[in-house]
Design a protein around this ligand. Structure first.
Ligand code: G3P
Length: 217
């Protein structure tokens, strides 16, 4: 499973990228606003830092304006992936941008039928939002399972990008189901390493090493 990092914070991206944990980046208007930076400036910086796709989201809602924005965003760098909402205007924009050779991430997906439409429109990625479904007592992981089954039934090339990931368990479950990509905040990716038995075991090893006077260099 590829790891995308869901943030526009450069330092956090750099830290994980140096560890080989970043296959791409996703942003959205909320994350850009949180960064306090200009969308073009920060997105260009991210594109220069990571090799994989960097999702940058449109803010127009009508097709003509959305396409213009998408084409504009696509000029930032070759690894830009234009993010469009799961609306008819978004799907039409997706179809046109995909035909132009631009990667497209169709976002705000909350149903298998929506994911089927995005695949038909030629999306590079579909972003089902797990956490926001969990928030309203609907099992977000079931949606990932359903989309996996449907895409495999018909060999759709659209990649499942599990989004709105809130916990390390979400990462594990998405990987078990076979999501192609999971995008998560830096803190969630970092939390994947935590295990109390690792800490306890390391403490015991270090105590024994000290007792025995073990020195390696
Ligand atoms: O990738 C979409 C993601 O940023 C949404 O996450 O936690 O705001 O639902 P969240």
């Amino acid at each position: 499973m590829k790891f995308f990092v869901d943030t526009a914070e450069i330092d956090a991206i750099r830290e994980l990228n140096d560890l080989g944990m970043v296959d791409g980046v996703t942003t959205n208007p909320s994350l850009i606003a949180k960064s306090g930076r200009d969308i073009f400036e920060v997105t260009k910086e991210i594109c220069d830092l990571v090799e994989g796709p960097v999702s940058a989201e449109v803010v127009a809602t009508e097709y003509d304006a959305m396409l213009r924005e998408g084409e504009h965003l696509a000029k930032i760098a070759p690894n830009i992936c234009v993010k469009v909402p799961l609306t008819w205007a978004g799907l039409k924009t997706c179809k046109v941008l995909s035909a132009q050779g631009t990667q497209v991430n169709v976002t705000l997906c909350f149903s298998a039928n929506q994911a089927l439409l995005a695949a038909k429109a030629g999306a590079t990625f579909i972003s089902p939002f797990i956490g926001r479904l969990d928030d309203i007592n609907i099992d977000g992981m079931e949606l990932i399972e359903d989309i996996r089954t449907i895409y495999d039934n018909y060999d759709f090339g659209t990649e499942i990008l599990a989004a709105s990931i809130r916990s390390a368990n979400h990462m594990k479950d998405a990987a078990l189901i076979g999501a192609d990509v999971a995008t998560a905040p830096p803190g969630v990716i970092k939390a994947m390493i935590n295990h109390p038995l690792t800490d306890k075991g390391l403490d015991a090893f270090l105590a024994d090493a000290t007792k025995a006077g073990i020195k390696i260099v």
